[in-house]
Design a protein around this ligand. Structure first.
Ligand code: FES
Length: 172
């Protein structure tokens, strides 16, 4: 469920909340004022928006579109194309399973399937309790440890279905 309460300045996705406060909006607008004076202001603005709000929902995309005089379609296209950005808030733990060649040939698809089964979500989704976001990624340059998955900033090498289950049980 996605709900924007007028006047409450809180954007809600499932049980994960994104505070769109006046203070945060002022911060974003100040950054856009600086970025507007430089060539290519969109990408640095989106990076800052992601940092400030934890995601870039359509409400924030509209603010950016107006300030930078860009179409919402273009901004939404960039936000949804790049893995660094997200339209919806991410969970407390972001799991990324590498599907790069070295990891894939060593069974990373099975690891991703195990996470999907355990969490009852598909790759790209967040659990309803807001605890886990599951994603797949391309090579992160740790092929010697293939197959790998990451949870936030921690890399787990020589991954397996049992290791995925073990890590999940410690995080639950
Ligand atoms: S292919 Fe997975 S880390 Fe390189």
């Amino acid at each position: 469920m996605v709900l924007l309460k007028r006047g409450k300045e809180i954007y809600v996705h499932m049980s994960v909340k994104v505070n769109i406060t006046d203070e945060k909006l002022a911060k974003l607008k100040a950054i856009m004022e600086i970025n507007k004076k430089k060539p290519g202001p969109l990408m640095p603005t989106l990076h800052e928006a992601q940092k400030i709000f934890g995601c870039i929902p359509i409400e924030i995309q509209k603010v950016i579109a107006k300030e930078l005089n860009e179409s919402i379609a273009k901004i939404n296209g960039v936000v949804t194309f790049y893995g660094n950005f997200s339209v919806e808030p991410k969970g407390e733990n972001v799991i990324n399973v590498c599907l790069g060649t070295a990891c894939y040939v060593r069974g990373s698809q099975g690891v991703l399937d195990a996470f999907q089964d355990e969490l009852r979500i598909h790759s790209g989704q967040t659990t309803e309790d807001g605890k886990f976001t599951l994603q797949s990624t391309r090579c992160i340059g740790a092929c010697g440890l293939a197959p790998i998955f990451t949870v936030n900033d921690t890399v787990y090498g020589n991954a397996s279905v049992s290791k995925a289950k073990e890590v999940l049980s410690t995080l639950r």
